[in-house]
Design a binder for this molecule. Sequence first.
Ligand code: SF4
Ligand code: SF4
Length: 372
Amino acid sequence: MEKRKALSAEVSLIGMGAMRFPTLPSGEIDAPAATQIIDYLYASGVNYYDTAYMYHDGKSEAFLSQALSRYPRGSYYLADKFPVWMAKDKDDVANVFAEQRRRCNTDYFDFYLLHAVDDENWQKYLDYGAYEFFTEQKRLGNIRRLGFSFHGSTAQLQKLLDCYEWDFVQLQLNYFDWAPYAREQYALVEQKGLSCIVMEPVRGGALANLSPQLNRVLEAIAPDRSVASWAIRFAASRKNVLTVLSGMTTLAQAEDNVATMQSFQPLGKEEESLLLAVAEKYRTEYAVPCTSCRYCEVCPKQIKIPELLKVYNGFALYKRENELIEGYEKIEADRNAAQCIACGACEAVCPQHISIPEKLKELSASYERVKA
Ligand code: SF4
Ligand code: SF4
């Protein structure tokens, strides 16, 4: 397993994101299947495991920590995150952190992040004294390395890097987002000499299965490599990247990632140019940049937003009316797009800044049109 050294750590170049564990029809984590993936990764040399307070309705932290408790605590790195939007006031910062340590049954986090910082919520992080609180926790040894995951503008990132001390930054970095903003954001992190942890390298699965035509472009060059492996290699090819987080839902995805990192080869210049050209084309075919992160599960109508946006993207890519009807009708009528009351709660927390009510309206209209 390829490893990188920085921040007094030696980290596997692929890390596990505990946001997309396999689930049962009830929505609960499928414990045997998820444990099998964790065990396989650990045995393969993966030593970075990333969770968050809100993943899997608050159950990811405890599940992941329980699964890892069968291994020596010093043999892996545990990363967790503080979501300011789930805190009611300043006291909640300490309360949430204490709860996280309880859930994870640990005294310390190897890596700790302010979660999904953007231009809007940074003020709340400041108002609640979160930076000072977690800096103090680092001084006390309860946090070994402090950073933040970022979904804001490049100007905001510059401000955060200039005004505060960090050990690392977690960025959304993939070949689809490279030209629009990831290139310049990564450059800022590299200029500061900071380590970068990559999230969404495969963009919630969108870069694991492009349109049929674009899949064929990549498969023709390397028939024995998966489409997803190109995205993983793209992210891992940057020198300040410490690890590339992948939210693995199946053992096959884990095996594919491990295979990519066991014989890791950085992208050559021609391969990189090809991927950027693929991204340009893909951008014209793709309707909504949803990564299925599920942060929008705050909807008062419990609308199945990521599932619906997936249906929308499928229709945009393949134009198959029967699949649009099937996908739309598979979702319960009382949780479907037509039920949206445009309250905006989802939009306020979406890290991809998607105009969700607008997209749901468009999808609902497309469905009504093809159904007529
Ligand atoms: S709509 Fe936004 S918040 Fe919801 S799953 Fe997609 S990217 Fe995440
Ligand atoms: S805007 Fe629509 S989808 Fe979003 S939270 Fe409100 S009701 Fe739910």
